[in-house]
Ligand binder design. Structure first.
Ligand SMILES: [Zn+2]
Length: 216
């Protein structure tokens, strides 16, 4: 999980690459963080818990400039090491709470994934689970940011599922990085529910919606 400075063997922060100083705080005592305290402080925790189509929805952070840059380095510049930098303070909670769940990751474009050599959401999910389902996929290249509202509705026609049968009667966590229009999430939920999982919850890393109330 750590990258090391070869001279000192001191762990380096995955984000800023500076040595992680071991300050005697409760946080560093209980968790061997892969990022430094000053990078950690730039995340804006939201911990929103609400519902989406009657399914429990948890959103961890606000989509601030720091998060946007970090996500671009990971997804756009293929910095795979950063997969472990997104879920740090919630790592223990997520790995415990979703221990017996199948983590169903939202799909990203197959062509982009081939260039990257990894599936972004699956990489981040691997920081808290080893039971990851990657059967949701996009049938054609589709960039949500380039689409009009009507175009975004069409995303429902390009997302599909394979090997969904393995989700039957399983506890499922649907996981995505950013929630935008909600149409991707809605389609993923439809496809997964078709296989009647025992239960389903949603965890999203970050939202641009700043009106959400912090309620836990
Ligand atoms: Zn740092």
């Amino acid at each position: 999980m750590h990258i090391h400075n070869t001279l000192s063997q001191q762990p380096l922060c995955l984000i800023c690459h500076k040595p992680i100083r071991k300050e005697p705080s409760l946080f560093t005592l209980v968790y061997d963080s892969p990022i430094c305290a000053s990078c950690l402080a730039q995340f804006e925790p939201l911990h929103y818990v609400g519902s989406f189509h009657d399914v429990k929805l948890t959103i961890l952070y606000r989509y601030n400039a720091f998060f946007q840059t970090l996500l671009f380095r990971y997804k756009g510049q293929y910095d795979y090491e950063l997969r472990n930098a997104f879920i740090v303070s919630d790592q223990r909670f997520l790995s415990d709470y979703y221990r017996s769940h199948v983590i169903v990751v939202a799909p990203s474009d197959d062509i982009a994934n081939k260039k990257r050599g990894f599936i972004p959401t699956a990489g981040i999910a691997s920081s808290f689970s080893s039971n990851i389902f990657t059967g949701l996929y996009k049938k054609s290249p589709f960039k949500q940011a380039e689409q009009s509202f009507e175009g975004r509705q069409k995303i429902k026609d390009v997302i599909d599922i394979k090997n969904g049968e393995v989700l039957r009667k399983k506890k499922v966590l649907l996981f995505d990085d950013v929630i935008t229009s909600g149409s991707t999430l809605e389609k993923c939920l439809d496809l997964v529910c078709h296989y009647h999982p025992a239960s389903i919850e949603i965890v999203i890393l970050a939202t641009r919606s700043y009106h959400l109330e912090k309620n836990i």
